[in-house]
Design a protein around this ligand. Structure first.
Ligand code: SAM
Length: 232
């Protein structure tokens, strides 16, 4: 039996590729985006009252991870990419129906759009539903998860003098907290757990409309090399 769902809106996110997006929301408070609602949800009526909430749940489609055949087991990157787990024991992106859920900070409600932060959604993500966060019901004191008991350990993020100047200039142009976004996301160490990159290997990712490039002078240190406008 199949059911049909339609997006209520689409995410305009700082994250232009899947790489370097934090594994969960709230790990990068500077990660901002705008959820553009589609008709008929864009008149203000459907979000009336939502401004009373500090956070909202987003249910969305991992639109860049959809697969025809559902996987029963996955290899979570957090476990080093080797351990195989049942897909329902993980928050993996490759999952039956490809549905993601994130609790994000509601910065502002406007007719037709929600300004959000602390997001972990890729640009263009179709959003299927929005629900107000209900602290007494959604926040469970003493709850546990044996596989993900704490956020990933953060690693030190350093800057070349040139990259820091560039980042501040682009932050001002974008009117976005770009320096904080870069530091918060790179501190999560986006490289696959099994990779021990040589210092000469340069990584890159696109945040907003800039390319951020970095390397690992030592395995547990990140140094941002440059932040340049993306030619595309
Ligand atoms: N908080 C959500 C959940 O628990 O369902 C997402 C968790 S999932 C591990 C987070 C990752 O999903 C991000 O690091 C990013 O790489 C990936 N992602 C985000 N939006 C996506 C999209 N539209 N399509 C495919 N992957 C996406």
């Amino acid at each position: 039996m199949d059911y049909k769902v339609s997006p209520v809106g689409f995410m305009r996110s700082c994250f232009k590729e899947k790489f370097a997006i934090p594994r969960q929301p709230q790990l990068a408070p500077a990660a901002r985006g705008v959820l553009e609602l589609v008709p008929p949800f864009d008149t203000g009526e459907a979000v009336a009252g939502l401004e009373q909430c500090s956070h909202v749940w987003l249910l969305f489609l991992f639109h860049q991870a959809l697969e025809d055949k559902p996987r029963l087991k996955v290899r979570p990157p957090r476990l080093g990419g080797n351990a195989s787990m049942g897909v329902f024991a993980t928050r993996a992106t490759h999952r039956p129906n490809g549905i993601g859920q994130s609790v994000v900070t509601l910065e502002k409600v406007e007719p037709g759009r929600l300004l959000l932060s602390g997001i972990d959604l890729l640009d263009g993500t179709p959003v299927l539903d929005i629900k107000p966060y209900v602290p007494y019901a959604d926040s469970i004191a003493g709850a546990s998860n044996g596989m993900a008991s704490a956020p990933p350990a953060a690693i030190a993020v350093e800057w070349s003098d040139e990259a820091l100047v560039q980042a501040h200039e682009h932050a001002q142009r974008l009117a976005e907290p770009l320096v904080a976004l870069i530091e918060q996301c790179l501190a999560q160490d986006p490289r696959p757990a099994y990779q021990v990159p040589p210092p000469e290997r340069v990584y890159g990712v696109k945040f907003w409309d800039v390319q951020v490039r970095w390397h690992y002078p030592e395995p547990e240190r990140i140094r941002v090399l440059e932040v340049v406008a993306d030619p595309v």
